[in-house]
Design a binder for this molecule. Sequence first.
Ligand code: GSY
Length: 177
Amino acid sequence: MAAEWRTGYLSLGANLGDRRLNLRTAIARLDSQPEIQVTQISPLYETKPVGYADQPDFLNLCIEIKTTLSPENLLKITGSTELDLGRQRDIYWGPRTLDIDILLLEGQVLDTEDLILPHPRMKERAFVLLPLADIAGDLVHPVTQQSVSDMADLVVGKEGVFRCQIPLASDYEPTES
Ligand code: GSY
């Protein structure tokens, strides 16, 4: 039986190296996987660091994907993409060339040692909710039943999140869904 294509949402962030290039490369690598299609890319945001303040500002965005991967295999791909782009885990909340968080995966509510879905901190993070609301405002959180737009309206910390005037320059176009 053919595997089912599910819709998912990922948050990407970078605050070391060429931040735009890191994000572009990560999106292209994810889309080059046969089991992943990138179908939407949010606007790009410059954001103040959350968690560990003494580090450079981040660039953040969210993407929509379609995937046939299980959550565990998607996590393996996002993890290997982070490592390929030079990520080291020196400081837990610290600077990184690339961070990819799986936010939501259609039909999946999970709490395992390696992965919690929906992402447990997404509702506290303006740097996640503002770009996510740009591409999926009507999406409903499967546990709280709140829409992404409502969560984005209520989230604190929006003053540290600025939409970039210059888009993520890209030779990459998302696949039409
Ligand atoms: O969890 C994502 C990594 N991260 C970020 C981030 O991507 N953006 C901002 N603004 N702060 C962050 N703190 C951490 S940890």
